[in-house]
Write a protein that binds this ligand. Sequence first.
Ligand code: HQG
Length: 181
Amino acid sequence: VLLKSDVRLSKFLSKVLRHKPEMIGLELDQNGWVDVEQLLMACRNHGVPMDRTVLERIVATNEKRRFAFSEDGQKIRANQGHSIVVDLNLKPVQPPERLYHGTAERFLHSIRQKGLVKGKRHHVHLSGDPDTARKVGSRHGKPVILVVLAKEMHEEGYVFFRSANGVWLTDHVPVRYLKER
Ligand code: HQG
């Protein structure tokens, strides 16, 4: 069962583990990890009490698998979506023929000129299927799904990564590899 309070805590964790660890006095290591006990204590000290059981439930039930524990369970990090610099040690992988990017109609004008740019995130985020892309785009307004000619990009030297939770990532998608459906 997904508790409403869990969603709230998950959003809070995204903020801390991707964007603003200093908000609760934390620092991530260079690979984005933070000690679980330190995290729980910092959350408690900043009015967001959470114990290990709740944290484990949030990690396990998160619909996008946004977070991961280290193998020994001592550390936790966000799987993707950071705006602060961390090295997730992602390995380049071969993408499928097509990937999808969900955006909002109001961004199309600029995307037609510059292609897809990563903004303040580490990478441009791409989806493996159009349904997921539509959901991503809806967050910003009236959704538009763009097709990315990923295989062709890859053949021409562009590097793709896949995060632990299945999000496709690349540095930039030039206009010539984008198709409006
Ligand atoms: C747009 C969520 C103007 C881009 C999702 C997007 C994803 C441009 C917005 C993850 C542009 C950036 C990331 C250009 C791109 N001109 N706008 N040249 N190029 N854009 O939120 O991809 O729930 O930083 O289309 O599921 O929407 O957080 O990126 O609309 O995986 O786990 O600029 O966030 O995951 O917005 O979403 P975002 P995104 P979580």
